[in-house]
Ligand binder design. Structure first.
Ligand code: ZN
Ligand code: ZN
Length: 92
């Protein structure tokens, strides 16, 4: 198990290093979560498991740490619908 498991550093949409952010957990989830990009950096402060990506110019939901079941070429586990690895930023 990686020591940094559950903590990600890269935007899973574009691969940009956005700084460490925590993965979501079931208990900390929000019932009104959606996957729509929100151009509001303040939302990342209100939702600790959201992160602001300056390249996408959007707030994205962090990965669900319970959802990381796919072993990528880089050796990290990510959901299969994730384009860029949240741990190392490598594109699949
Ligand atoms: Zn991005
Ligand atoms: Zn990786």
């Amino acid at each position: 198990m990686d020591a940094a498991a559950g903590v990600f550093s890269y935007c899973t949409r574009c691969g940009l290093a956005v700084g460490a952010y925590p993965g979501r957990e079931w208990r900390g989830d929000f019932p009104d979560d959606d996957d729509m990009p929100v151009a509001d950096a303040d939302r990342a402060d209100k939702r600790p498991t959201d992160y602001w990506c300056p390249r996408c110019r959007a707030v994205w939901r962090a990965l669900d740490v319970m959802e990381t079941g796919y072993d990528r070429a880089c050796g990290h586990f990510m959901p299969c619908n994730v384009r860029f690895c949240g741990v190392c930023g490598r594109e699949e």
